[in-house]
Design a protein around this ligand. Structure first.
Ligand code: PMP
Length: 394
């Protein structure tokens, strides 16, 4: 009966990461593969208190159907944060709450992509976006990084006639790279000249270890900018609360697509989040998480860089976020490395799964947010053994 399935589902591959995570439910495994926040850092007690306060109000509308655009209080909160953080004026009516920013990607696909349309992404790029967009059968063109910077000559070339350029400019998934202000200016000019949209997805920007993160495409080209945000990495992913901020015609189209998809995102989740945000200092919480992830990164980098065995591998130091990108010498395969890593009960994600057009066969992504210090050290020791075994046979 599989022949009854649509071409779109037949062509879209299951996420390699979800598949690999299933295998590693086994607690003996050390996983650098996922992209999960550290559960010890969830504001568990604060959310529990917010839930108590919320239900004590006896407002039964929290269990009722609600508007597609989402809680007005939450949209105002997001607009205020844009003002405070980036000094940009986004009207709350230009913000729509989504079921995680993952849903935002799906809705953008629905609204923009006809079969065969061209869209552009960083190469390597976020796997969940590749998957979400692929459902609408676009031609995806990749813009490679050269010396950790986006190759703007390629961008200019491929943006012509494209529906949008999807970018994670700050602590990118999978590389951890940052597109700096100077490059942003050049990219904004390219986007404007090609008459297309930039989709700026920014779930990690608040997790800053050094430097600042206060620039935003909206300040440069507001009419061409679609911003995506999420509370998953700064509060809790299970709430499934993200958002799209975009020019009015885009928001109107997104609202129609969202009505058809799920009517609205969980209003209970939104009400709970609003209560949590009203009763707590989110910035203080973000500082705590960022400090913790910075420590994790430092422990990981120190362990990797002090290893004689691993010294042929280039480890890029991320200035924030959750991921570290590594490049093995050309000719070595991270998929082969993963096989030896599996045998040592440690895993990571081979870069190939994030690749669009570029050859990423010698690269890998390492997550450092989820493991504790002892696991990171033991994980690196296992990687060393696996790499030694790989070198023995190649
Ligand atoms: N965009 C990027 C770049 C991500 O890394 C993720 C989560 N890994 C998402 C979007 C989706 O996150 P959520 O749906 O939880 O907001």
């Amino acid at each position: 009966m599989d022949n009854l399935f649509s071409d779109r589902i037949k062509k879209t591959k299951p996420s390699f990461i979800r598949e690999i995570l299933k295998v590693t439910a086994n607690p003996d495994f050390i996983s650098f593969a996922g992209g999960l926040p550290q559960p010890a850092l969830f504001p568990y007690d604060d959310i529990a208190r917010a839930a108590e306060a919320l239900f004590a109000e006896q407002d039964r509308s929290i269990l009722q159907y609600s508007t597609t655009e989402g809680s007005p209080v939450l949209r105002q909160y997001i607009a205020n944060r844009y003002k405070k953080q980036f000094n940009i004026d986004v009207d709350p009516s230009n913000i729509i709450i989504t079921t995680g920013s993952q849903q935002a990607l799906d809705l953008l696909g629905k609204v923009f992509i006809n079969t065969g349309d061209k869209i552009v992404m960083e190469d390597p790029g976020y796997l969940g976006a590749i998957q979400a967009f692929s459902m609408y059968e676009p031609e995806i063109r990749g813009v490679p990084f050269k010396d950790n910077r986006l190759d703007l000559a390629v961008l200019e070339n491929v943006c012509k006639g494209a529906k949008f350029f999807y970018s994670v400019p700050t602590y990118q998934n999978p590389t951890g790279f940052v597109i700096d202000d100077a490059q942003k200016q050049d990219i904004a000019a390219i986007i404007k000249n090609s008459g297309t949209y930039i989709v700026e997805d920014d779930p990690y920007g608040n997790l800053t270890f050094e430097g600042t993160h206060d620039s935003n495409y909206y300040a440069l080209i507001p009419d061409n900018t679609i911003l995506l945000g999420s509370f998953s990495k700064i509060v809790a992913p299970s709430l499934r609360i993200g958002w799209i901020a975009a020019p009015t015609p885009v928001i109107q189209a997104i609202a129609v697509a969202k009505q058809a998809a799920d009517l609205h995102s969980s209003y209970l989740s939104q009400a709970l989040l609003v209560k949590y945000l009203q009763n707590n200092d989110l910035d203080a919480h973000i500082r705590t998480i960022s400090q913790h992830y910075k420590n994790q990164r430092d422990i990981l980098m120190a362990a990797l860089q002090s290893s004689e065995t691993l010294k042929a591998i280039k480890f890029n130091t991320p200035a924030g976020g959750m991921f570290l990108w590594a490049e093995m010498p050309h000719g070595q395969s991270s998929k082969d490395f993963l096989e030896y890593a599996f045998a040592e009960n440690v895993i990571f994600v081979p870069g190939e799964v994030f690749a669009i057009e570029a050859d990423a066969s010698n690269t890998l992504r390492i997550n450092f947010s989820y493991l504790n210090e002892a696991q990171i050290r033991e994980g690196v020791a296992r990687l060393e053994r696996a790499y030694k075994n790989l070198l023995k046979v190649t």
